[in-house]
Unconditional design. Sequence first.
Length: 265
Amino acid sequence: MSNTHSSTVLVPLDEPPVPVAVGVGIHGPAGHVDDFQLPDLWQFHLYDYEADLTVDGVAYEIRPGSVSLVPPGTPVRYRYRGRSEHLYVHLRLGAAAEPREVATVQHAGRQVALLEGQLRQALAAWPSTPGRAVAEVWAALWRVVELAPAQGGAAPATHAAVVAAVTFIEERLAEPLTVPEIARAAGVSHNHLTRLFRAATGETVIGYLRVRRMAQARHLLRASTLSIPAVAATVGIPDLQAFNKACRRELGASPRAVRADLGRQ
């Protein structure tokens, strides 16, 4: 990574953001280069691809799960490695007496699913329900701020039981999981895992499982030719009525609409 410029930004979050655009960007093909500079707007991106990114002279390698926050007036350049899709918000931020220092580009780690869920909710609400979109974007920005290591020290290590629980969940999304079962696999009690999980992720175990299932459902609906019943079974919600309700609640649309949205984009 180049050290020509700072690799952190100061983000004011005491006031709610003002989104101007919320969407899905699809770029490529391999080798294509795009240059962007928004004079008056922040750029907030969550990536689902690998590419080379340069922000104000600093080079980064982004990969699925990377997130970037770029201040107004900052030049950025993307060099794509193939079809490239990301969630984005272009927004204005107010002033703050004590803005938070955040890495310009970082990986969201185990927060990827939660961040994606928040930005998907913002996208579903935008622009018909702007208040909901603002709330989701603001919460997502705070989640990104909290990814950064504490000032003057390293980020605290994630408890081994949380790592084991996340691994267990990811390997068994299609199964009818319960918190006691996940806790046994992680080697701790139900209540202890609940406390550890919320401390590490800001989410309940069931909340994390729900977000991950729906993120996978969205991916399969858009990127595969699996039937809707097959997608539902693959993410552990074989009851089609329950799956339809979950999609509307978490993704903002029915399974058919989520799939059809790819064509419109």
